[in-house]
Every structure is written in C-alpha cells, then in structure tokens.
Ligand binder design. Structure first.
Ligand SMILES: Nc1ncnc2c1ncn2[C@@H]1O[C@H](COP(=O)(O)OP(=O)(O)OP(=O)(O)O)[C@@H](O)[C@H]1O
Ligand SMILES: Nc1nc2c(ncn2[C@@H]2O[C@H](COP(=O)(O)O)[C@@H](O)[C@H]2O)c(=O)[nH]1
Length: 205
C-alpha cells in the first residue's frame, strides 16, 4: 500500500492571494500537490468553471451532502456555504498524493480536529489597506461584499494562532518559496519518516 500523502491546508482572509499563490506554487517544477476542488452555493464569477474552480450547487444540494456525511468540513462564509468533499481527499491521500486545501478558518479548524497530522498554513497580507486594495483591484465583488470580507478578515487574522505557520504574501514568489520551505521541512519530521524506518526494520508502526 502507498504511504499516505500529506494534507496541506492554506487559509487566510479573502483577497490575501491564496488562489494566486496556490496557482504559482502548482506551476513549480518540483511541486506535485493535488488540489481539492471545493463545493459552494455562491454564484460563479465571470470566467469561473464548474468542476474546475468550484462545484457550484444549490443550498438544498449542499445541505444534502452535509446530511449524508459527504463533507470533510464546511462553513458559512458571507451568506454562502463552502466545503470540501470528503471522498476526493481520502482517496487521493490513500493513493499517496499530497492534497492541498484552500479554505477559510472555520473549516480549517474542523480539519484540524479530524486530521491533526495535516499542515496548517495561514497566509497574511502586509496590512489591511493592502488587503482591501487587493479585493478592490480583483474587481469581482461589490463594495458591500468587500466591506463584509474585510470585517471577517479581522476575526480570521485573530485565528492565526491556531495554525502551524504564518506566511507573509508580500510578493507571490516569496510566499511560494516560504510554503515550499515549510512543506520540505514537514517531510523530514520524525513522525512522518518513522514508518519508513520501521518497515526497513521489518516492523509495523
Ligand atoms: N503578492 C501579491 N501582490 C500583489 N497582488 C497580489 C498578490 N497576491 C495576490 N494579489 C492579487 O490580489 C487579488 C486577490 O488574490 P486572490 O484572488 O488570489 O485572493 P484569495 O485569497 O484567493 O481570495 P478569495 O479567498 O476571495 O478567493 C488578485 O487580484 C491578485 O492578483
Ligand atoms: N471552509 C471552506 N472555505 C472555503 C472553501 N473553498 C473556499 N473557501 C473560502 O471561502 C472564502 C470565499 O471564497 P470566494 O471564492 O467566494 O472568494 C475564501 O476564504 C475561500 O478560501 C471550502 O471548501 N471550505
């Protein structure tokens, strides 16, 4: 059986650059993570594709998935549900691949409770003015939604204490390098490599 993959959770306030950093990270030649596509009840933005950016579903469908125990985690964020389908994550980790989640803090804390071996990274903006300007510059949300997201950001940043690592997203390439350093050192942790050594000795963990 393949060694189970690593689960990497990236959170941070809306607009900090999680998606941008994740895409740059996935373009690195030495990075091979599988991205878990989330499910949401929010409407697709221009250019977003169902099954690529998100699985876009109705509120009723989302609630059915919750009822059926099909979500690893889920949360309500600014009037919509967002969540991680459980099956893809389990199957992909079992196949030995590393899985990358890009999710908000309440969902991340549910993952922390259920998968304590996952690695939790919080992406931070240089400051709140930069954060707001990034949201405005992205041009995807009305000003009232941006204000709600900034308000939420303040409480999200306070949740950073529950993460393993804080990564500043000043420049995308710096944030990518920081995340790669974290993941490479996580791979060397004794509890991750111990099963390999035990199997070398012909013993089970
Ligand atoms: N390091 C950076 N420097 C300048 N601009 C950035 C940086 N990182 C991201 N941006 C820009 O900030 C905006 C928000 O980025 P992005 O959509 O990746 O954020 P996000 O955290 O994924 O947001 P959400 O949680 O709402 O999906 C985009 O316009 C992106 O180009
Ligand atoms: N708890 C979860 N949060 C998620 C998931 N997928 C995305 N998100 C987060 O929601 C907000 C808003 O996203 P947006 O696409 O509307 O800007 C942002 O913080 C995302 O990271 C998920 O599966 N679970």
């Amino acid at each position: 059986m393949a060694k189970r993959g690593m689960l990497i959770v990236l959170s941070g306030p809306s607009g900090v650059g999680k998606g941008t950093v994740r895409k740059a990270l996935f373009n690195e030649p030495d990075v091979d993570f599988k991205y878990s596509i989330s499910m949401t009840t929010r409407s697709p933005r221009e250019g977003e594709v169902n099954g690529k950016d998100y699985f876009f579903v109705s509120k009723e469908e989302f609630e059915d998935h919750i009822k059926n125990g099909e979500m690893l985690e889920y949360a309500k964020y600014v009037d919509n549900y967002y969540g991680t389908p459980l099956n893809y994550v389990n199957k992909t980790l079992d196949e030995g691949h590393d899985v990358f989640l890009e999710i908000e803090v309440n969902g991340a804390m549910q993952v922390r409770a259920n998968c304590p071996e996952a690695v939790f990274v919080f992406l931070t903006p240089p400051d709140l003015v930069v954060l707001k300007n990034r949201l405005i510059g992205r041009g995807t949300d009305d000003m009232d939604v941006i204000d709600k997201r900034i308000k939420t950001a303040v409480s999200e940043i306070k949740m950073m204490r529950n993460y393993d690592y804080a990564v500043l997203n000043d420049k995308v390439e710096n944030a990518v390098d920081r995340i790669k350093t974290i993941v490479n050192s996580e791979r060397l942790k004794v509890n991750r490599v111990m099963p390999d050594y035990l199997s070398m000795l012909g013993e089970e963990d």
